[in-house]
Design a protein around this ligand. Structure first.
Ligand SMILES: Cc1cc2nc3c(=O)[nH]c(=O)nc-3n(C[C@H](O)[C@H](O)[C@H](O)COP(=O)(O)O)c2cc1C
Length: 197
């Protein structure tokens, strides 16, 4: 599929068929995820791949899905596979204490932007786009601090890694649009500030 078409077709999908994702498609999505950029090539991003039905269900519940949700039902766990992108801030601190990154006094930079969050966002976008390229769809669900504590324990995620979301991936069903979309897209004239703000 043309890149522009992939970008335009990407939507956060919240209804999937209860059907496995072919292994070769999953491997290509993971390959795309692993090619996201990272500051200083720190590569602090990781992805937990969850196919087990019970585990998917438990993660879905931690993200607040339920049978009572008339709009989307159990959309986080009814899918082919879930990906849980994680990132470690510590990996970045360790990398930026290496000799090519410290200043003359040997000090780590004063992080004006927490690049670890930016990098895991790049990983997430690669997953979203790669799913579309495979004729699949992907979504993104978050939870609260307690939810993440439980999800980390369930998945054995090491302390220093922070999961940022649960991404169901699968064959998309006709979607029920999010009410958030009624806000409309920010017009290009407001989004892109040419030459200066
Ligand atoms: C960081 C982030 C967190 C999000 N969390 C949720 C979520 O918890 N549940 C959900 O249904 N959608 C979630 N979304 C999806 C957004 O609602 C969606 O991207 C937005 O409404 C625009 O729709 P589109 O991505 O289909 O263009 C999240 C998106 C992002 C980028």
């Amino acid at each position: 599929m043309e890149f522009r078409e992939v970008v335009r077709r990407r939507r956060m999908v919240r209804r999937f068929e209860d059907r496995a994702v072919p292994q070769d498609a999953l491997e290509r999505i993971l390959d795309a995820a692993s090619r996201a950029p990272s500051a200083g090539f720190s590569q602090g991003q990781r992805v937990v791949v969850v196919t087990d039905r019970d585990m998917r269900r438990r993660l879905g519940e931690l993200c607040g899905e339920s049978d009572e949700d008339e709009r989307w039902g159990r959309w986080v766990s009814t899918c082919g596979v879930q990906l849980v992108p994680c990132v470690s801030e510590n990996v970045y601190h360790r990398r930026y204490r290496e000799t090519d990154k410290v200043d003359e006094s040997g000090t780590e930079i004063d992080w004006p932007v927490p690049y670890w969050w930016m990098d895991i966002g790049c990983t997430v976008e690669n997953i979203l786009l790669a799913a579309v390229d495979e004729g699949l769809g992907a979504g993104f669900a978050g939870t609260d601090r307690e939810g993440w504590t439980q999800a980390k324990a369930l998945l054995g995620i090491p302390d220093e890694f922070a999961p940022v979301g649960v991404m169901p991936i699968g064959y998309p069903l006709p979607d029920v649009k999010s009410p958030s979309l009624e806000r409309g897209k920010v017009p290009m004239s407001e989004f892109a500030l040419r030459e200066r703000w």
